[in-house]
Design a protein around this ligand. Sequence first.
Ligand SMILES: [Zn+2]
Length: 217
Amino acid sequence: MPTLCFGCTVRLSRGEQILCTVCRNHLPLTEYDFVRENAVDRVFFGRTAIKKAAAMLFYDKQGVVKNLIHALKYNGQKQVGDFLGNWYGELLKNCLSEMNFDIVIPVPLHPKKLRKRGYNQVEGFGIKLAHHLQAEYRDDLLIKTANTRTQTKKNRLYRWMGNQALYKVRDMQKLEDKHILLVDDVITTGGTLEACAEALHKSPNISVSIAAMAVVP
Ligand SMILES: [Zn+2]
């Protein structure tokens, strides 16, 4: 089976993986990290206690990033998550002198959704980030309790209140005094991450930071 570029569908040359050299060179990297303030930090200002936030790529309705994440979420291409996590992990590990993480936790899927998709699309990204950031990866500590979607038409406060109970922490003690890196695919309103962070903050003396594959600019 020929391997095609996930960005532009050109046939990949020997040595190329996931993306062709052209797409790789044009990937819209944000250069956001865990040191300097960025636009993702500003998404969460005044909303919930997020220590630091970052995203790897700018999301565009058309283009390479959309194609990558679509392949990962809907076409079973789990290796895209590993690819992005490895790349971003290599960049973010330069921040380890200033910022340390204990546990990487993915935004959870409801068990029904997980069964349907077969995997959490953030898993590969999270595992690779945890590896590079010398943290533990745990997908069993934060759970989603109902199989509903964020209601985009409701206002932010209502959405936050409605979302809050959707996520629950399973083991408060394990998270006590820890710095958590919460990971997700694409940040749009930040509503889901906010709800997850609120749930995590029920553990005593916890800090929560965020890393995503992409952010809608
Ligand atoms: Zn390409």
